[in-house]
Ligand binder design. Structure first.
Ligand SMILES: NC(=O)c1ccc[n+]([C@@H]2O[C@H](COP(=O)([O-])OP(=O)(O)OC[C@H]3O[C@@H](n4cnc5c(N)ncnc54)[C@H](O)[C@@H]3O)[C@@H](O)[C@H]2O)c1
Length: 438
């Protein structure tokens, strides 16, 4: 992979119609990207079906949702949920009576974790158990789905799973330093990735963020073949991240949040789509812009590029609606602070030598550095402090807009996708928003 293949034209095709089925592979959270696709599926009159990751009982065992949880999740989704636990990763799996990887991590301390070693033979056994459990869950969920989708329907599978941070006390403290620490509290991601702890986490990211897409494509093969034989069409999408082109110095330029340790898993996810595409399966990873969600809030500074979307809205023939967005964003700032001040802070950051050094597509995902943490977290804190309310940020408002636009673009493009990996940069996001609101 040497270059970013971007979606440059607004999608023109339509495939999905009332009665077709939209399947969400992952859970739906209030601020999550998947809301954009769900809105489109609902507009198209599709039936919506969801999955669950299940819940863990006090004994640590994974269980389906209880009646109350299921009713709540179905109301939130606006569709039926197949109640088979699809928690991915192997951080809490182990041969009967033996320690799970999370329990092994319990022995690590903040003082010793960089030297502490893990038993890789044991971890491999846990990994295999976790994978087999997930595949069995997918098989069970697909068996239920079989009975819910009649011949003649088209199906849209939307993969949204990403994650895999083990719930180990020691890692919570480390994560706080890696993603939020500066000065004396800074911790290098290189140190993390060189440790056994880091290697375990990367494996778990692969399982949750990437391999689940493969299991979805494999596990739905029989259903896909039946529907296709009856003239129906099946599509798969997944959310990727691999940097985004935003306006810097008046030009769309590729940039990235650093350090994105999940980047290795996201590249693996892209490769899953490429391999499926080679086999004639229409699977597309859409690499999406940085936004603020439950999952991304841990990465302080990830939201900064999003502010540049305001300029893209104007650049892409923004009308009165785009002006209105500028005003609405400005109104979120305290008296005495102007939007131009926020944009100039962003320019200062993007023009700094430190940030320029990270605009290196080939080297992605690069490890962080103390200088980076300093300027990025400093800028993020500075911009947040200019707001009236830390719970109503410009980047919250812009995140909702990106969710809306990415939903339309992905839904439209999935009808006749141009390829297995497509970037949604600020140019196309802004054009879509201006088209929808202009
Ligand atoms: N937020 C961003 O800036 C951003 C940018 C580009 C791509 N994405 C991608 O968009 C997708 C949705 O993320 P989001 O940011 O909207 O957050 P989100 O928190 O709404 O979604 C995360 C999803 O991952 C699932 N998940 C988490 N751990 C899991 C596990 N162990 N097993 C199975 N499923 C698990 C959740 O059920 C949920 O569906 C992810 O693939 C994410 O990487 C996010």
């Amino acid at each position: 992979m040497t270059e970013a293949t971007a979606l440059r034209e607004l999608p023109q095709h339509q495939l999905f119609r009332p009665g077709d089925v939209f399947v969400l592979f992952g859970e739906l959270f209030g601020r999550g990207y998947a809301n954009g696709l769900i809105a489109e599926a609902r507009k198209a009159g599709m039936e919506i079906i969801g999955m669950t990751v299940g819940r863990r009982g006090e004994d640590g065992q994974l269980r389906p949702l209880n009646a109350e949880e299921l009713a709540e999740a179905e109301a939130n989704l606006g569709g039926k949920i197949i109640n088979v636990p699809l928690m991915a990763g192997f951080d809490q799996d182990a041969p009967a009576g033996e320690a799970t990887p999370t329990q092994l991590l319990g022995a690590l301390t903040l003082k010793t974790w960089q030297e502490d070693k893990l038993d890789w033979d044991h971890i491999e056994k846990c990994r295999q158990i976790g994978v087999a459990r997930f595949q069995a869950g997918v098989a069970q969920a697909m068996a239920q789905l079989e009975g819910m989708i009649a011949d003649g329907r088209n199906v849209f599978f939307a993969h949204t799973m990403a994650g895999g941070i083990p719930k180990a006390k020691v890692f919570l403290a480390i994560a706080n330093r890696v993603y939020k620490g500066r000065g004396e509290r800074f911790l290098s991601t290189e140190a993390l990735l060189n440790s056994d702890l880091g290697k375990l986490i990367l494996q778990n990211f692969d399982e949750v963020t990437a391999n689940t897409f493969q299991h979805l494509i494999d596990g739905s093969a029989a259903l896909r073949q039946r529907l296709e034989a009856a003239g129906g069409q099946v599509r798969y999408t997944a959310y990727g991240y691999h940097g985004t082109e935003i306006l810097i110095d008046g030009e769309y330029q590729w940039q990235t949040y650093t350090n994105y340790t999940q980047g290795y898993a996201k590249m693996r996810l892209e490769n899953v789509a490429r391999a499926a595409w080679e086999q004639g399966v229409k699977a597309t990873v859409f690499n999406c812009p940085e936004i603020r969600t439950n999952s991304s809030d841990i990465f302080v500074g990830v939201e900064l590029p999003l502010i540049g979307l305001l300029r893209a809205l104007k650049r892409e023939n923004g009308s009165a609606w785009a002006d209105g967005e500028w005003q609405a964003c400005e109104a979120l700032l305290q008296d005495g602070h102007a939007l131009e001040e926020v944009l100039s802070k962003l320019d200062q950051l993007n023009n700094s030598e430190v940030m320029r050094g990270f605009r290196n597509f080939q080297a992605w995902p690069m490890p962080n550095s103390p200088e980076l943490a300093d300027v990025m977290i400093g800028t993020s804190d500075g911009i947040t402090a200019m707001h009236r309310d830390a719970k109503a940020l410009i980047t919250d408002r812009l995140s909702s807009l990106v969710i809306e636009a990415s939903g339309s673009l992905m839904f439209g493009e999935a009808a006749q996708p141009a390829g297995p990996v497509l970037w949604l940069n600020h140019d196309i996001i802004a054009r879509q928003l201006n088209r929808a609101h202009g």
